[in-house]
Design a protein around this ligand. Structure first.
Ligand code: 13P
Ligand code: SF4
Length: 305
């Protein structure tokens, strides 16, 4: 049954010149049928580079919207419209405008995990892979940064600029579940393991890690770290599938097994097949919002190669 479904998906991809882009947190079976798996930055770049007519985007809303903003001529389809990142909802455009009024001399850097309307009023976008680089490249000594306070903390470590988080306590609910006690317990069970975490983790967890990186950065470090056989992974547990597949000689342990992003798990083989068949639900960003947001994304891509 599953084989038949996969065969149907492959046929539809060929017939419609479609590809599947999947985020590193997708279900294993979705990762396995994707043309490309990556972090937010890689997926945005991949969406721009493909010659496919249709992109089935298996990630959350802001990722699919970013692909749509950068590819007005391509059809971007998200298999389940319920895949809405709760962090991105934490910074409505009106709250950002209010913060801008309070700090008129600060440039605005927004994490890509944001609503398209908020991106449209940002000076530059960043991802977890380049937040430090982007903040340092801004023209003003003070930077408004949102919505993730933990990524702001990570960015602050390598800059003399003053970073003002907006909102004050923006966070990812899935990463917020990874607490220092989990790390201490995991370390006790695997004392030789290195610790690698995502910058959406709380400061106490970041401060106890050997490495901090984006999801694809984590994969790269895990694969390349010589003389490291065991790693404790501090992010959404979907990343474990890719790690185990690409570095089978190493052992990976999640710091918290409850760090699950339910929205990332909404795409299934069934709704991917339906999305390919019907070419919807299509992700459409209003053209004026897209035009403004594109400027902020392009600035990021110019700074971060
Ligand atoms: P990455 O860009 O590192 O994949 O992160 C995206 C995300 O939403 C992590 O929660
Ligand atoms: Fe959003 Fe967190 Fe899910 Fe990433 S893991 S998509 S930040 S809720």
């Amino acid at each position: 049954m599953r084989e038949e479904l996969i065969e149907k998906i492959e046929q539809l991809k060929r017939k419609k010149n479609a590809i599947i882009l999947a985020h590193n947190y997708q279900r294993p079976e979705v990762q396995d049928i994707a043309e490309f798996i990556g972090d937010s930055l890689e997926l945005a770049r991949k969406a721009m580079a493909t010659s496919a007519d249709i992109i089935i985007f298996c990630g959350v809303d802001f990722m699919a919207e970013t692909a749509a903003i950068m590819n007005p001529d391509k059809k971007i389809v998200i298999p389940d419209v319920g895949a809405i990142c709760p962090m991105a909802q934490q910074l409505p455009a009106e709250d950002l405008l209010a913060a801008k009024r309070e700090h008129p001399d600060a440039e605005v850097v927004l994490y890509v995990n944001t609503l398209a309307e908020s991106k449209a009023i940002a000076d530059c976008i960043c991802t977890s892979a380049n937040a430090q680089e982007i903040v340092n490249a801004m023209d003003t000594p003070t930077v408004l940064f949102g919505p993730d306070r933990n990524l702001a903390y990570h960015a602050q470590k390598t800059t003399t600029k003053t970073i003002i988080p907006v909102p004050e306590h923006g966070l990812c609910p899935s990463h917020h579940q990874i607490v220092l006690n989990d790390l201490i317990t995991a370390k006790r069970a695997h004392p030789d393991a290195k610790v690698i975490v995502h910058p959406e983790c709380i400061p106490a967890v970041q401060d106890s890690a050997d490495y901090i990186a984006s999801t694809s950065g984590m994969v790269k470090i895990c694969k390349e770290a010589e003389a490291v056989d065991e790693l404790l992974i501090g992010t959404e547990i979907g990343l474990l599938h890719r790690l185990e597949k690409e570095a089978p000689e190493k052992r990976f342990y999640p710091i918290s097994t409850t760090a699950v992003c339910p929205q990332m798990k909404m795409h299934t083989l069934e709704n991917i097949e339906a999305a390919l068949e019907n070419e919807k639900p299509e992700v459409v960003v209003p053209s004026e919002t897209a035009r403004k947001a594109r400027k902020a994304i392009e600035r990021m891509l110019e700074i971060s190669h």
